[in-house]
Design a protein. Sequence first.
Length: 76
Amino acid sequence: MLTAMSRPTRFEHFRWLGDKRSLRVHDLDNSTDDCEIDELMASEKFASFGPDSLLEAKNRCYKPCPHCVRSDDAAA
Ligand SMILES: [Zn+2]
């Protein structure tokens, strides 16, 4: 079984992770080193969404991360 990157333990049940400082939302299924998820978790300035969807993140004025959110998802 292949996993690109392990998810932060506290977010293993979430896909979308918001950064409250930049109002950027990351796709944990596709996150890259450039996302600096570890740094975000350490800062504790992260947000989860309910429902856990990109649309909900957008409704809260979060912008899709250019590194990990696929363009077809971002256009949805
Ligand atoms: Zn990202």
